[in-house]
Design a protein around this ligand. Sequence first.
Ligand code: SF4
Length: 314
Amino acid sequence: MVSQVHDHVPPPGDQDPFLDLAPPQGIKLTPRHYAYLKISEGCNHSCSFCVIPSMRGKLRSRPVNEVLEEAERLAAAGVRELLVISQDTSAYGVDIRYQTGFWQGRPVKANMLGLCEALADLGMWVRLHYVYPYPHVDKVIPLMAEGKILPYLDIPFQHASPRILKLMKRPAACENTLQRINQWRQICPDLSIRSTFIVGFPGETEQDFEDLLDFLDEAQLDRVGCFQYSPVDDAQANSLPNPVEEPVKQERWERFMEKQQQISRDRLAQKIGGRLGVIIDEKNGEGYLLRSSWQDAGSREKNGLTNQPKPLGK
Ligand code: SF4
């Protein structure tokens, strides 16, 4: 039957049966109202616990006009929140020498600031993930303070002891992170910071771990995940001496979680009585599942904004 239809109405010669039915914004696995926007692939760092660079290669940034055109198509398709992702968002454009692209008839520099400024023009929430605390990140904080992009940074610190950060070969390990966070909060008091940490990394002493707990006290991060170190096949860290014993890892993890849970509770308590813009992810029989500027959907079950009796806004 299909061949008879084609006899009367031949398909265009350049038709691709696998791609032509895809919508202009591409095929996404996320709900209609939010989407991930991948700006680069690969990574120029060599963290000793990670094998991503050996699997995915060096950083390869997408041309800025290509990224913005995709974001524009997503906005036109009804997306309300863009989650910007990569292995190292703060390094965007390094490999292409920050080559200026043209979008909507104007030049846009392929760096973190240029990209954020342009994305802000699309009228969606823009949430930055996997940012390292380099000095140039300071430049995007005013955009957050002005409400152009979400006052939210996902910064995977992983540790705070300089000795362990060095063993981990972490990017931006030499930066004065606490000072930087304080400066950011002075510019943008609503800034919300999410992070992840590893406890029990090879060679971590009780003093290193206490340095980490002190960092949590000082940094007052909003949302934090913590993992006990476990070796990954072929990672450099596997050859480091002085592995931490499993019961010690467990004990440190529990102490870490206890401290951070109290900090997160206190940070949440400061928001009581305030007003927040939200996006409703889902309505169920009991209420609404929401995302706000300081939380994405991944945390919604844990931080007290689930099943609100009434929507707080859009
Ligand atoms: S920054 Fe480090 S942990 Fe992240 S992908 Fe690169 S090497 Fe891996």
